[in-house]
Design a binder for this molecule. Structure first.
Ligand code: ZN
Length: 200
């Protein structure tokens, strides 16, 4: 059984042209056209890992400060470990997996093959000076909250809030509604919306 899974993973991995997955926009396009991925909200991050041939394992036994890690193997299984104790909150788990997918897509041809992630490496501010980690965090944000889907869903949510609020949509309500829809944290969504210039 284990052998079967490994074969599938290596077949899936073999015909991935690195150029096709080097940013979240290209990755989603490629998954849609080549892997039958359905682009919809919330982004199915587990399906993305699976379609890339990444094996995801959930562990209780990782050190407390390890949130997740990936071991990149270009000739076989790349394995993501998710620390269940640190990822019980769904948006956290989704962001962790998206971050590890970011390492896979961005860093699979780099000399570094194992990335161990802590609160520090996964924090936007604390990872600012670390090129690998800040790139993986940006990748995760863009993958989970693609610009076009944010605009499409955002318009609908604002309309609903206005209808309910006598013509006025409150910013905080908007952030939590759209975060809930994308299954990301309010904090991650707020930062993304600011980046896109949707809120100030
Ligand atoms: Zn990382």
């Amino acid at each position: 059984m284990k052998g079967d899974i490994m074969n599938v993973a290596s077949v899936l991995t073999k015909d991935i042209d690195h150029e096709n997955i080097v940013n979240p926009y290209k990755l989603l396009k490629w998954l849609e056209s080549e892997r039958g991925f359905k682009l919809q909200v919330p982004i199915d991050v587990d399906a993305i890992a699976q379609k890339l041939g990444i094996v995801v394992k959930y562990e209780f036994s990782l050190p407390d400060d390890a949130i997740g890690q990936i071991t990149i193997n270009n000739n076989g299984d790349s394995v993501v470990l998710i620390n269940l104790l640190q990822n019980s909150y769904l948006p956290r788990r989704r962001f962790t997996l998206a971050h590890e997918i970011g390492h896979y897509c961005l860093h699979r041809n780099s000399a570094k093959k194992i990335f161990v992630d802590s609160k520090q490496s996964m924090s936007r501010t604390a990872s600012y000076w670390d090129t690998y980690e800040s790139a993986a965090n940006n990748f995760a944000a863009q993958l989970l909250m693609p610009k076009k889907l944010i605009f499409d869903e955002g318009v609908k949510i604002v309309e609903t809030l206005k209808a309910e609020g006598g013509g006025v949509a409150k910013k905080d309500d908007f952030v939590s509604k759209i975060a809930e829809k994308f299954e990301v944290s309010n904090q991650a969504m707020e930062y993304r919306l600011k980046k896109l210039g949707i809120i100030s």
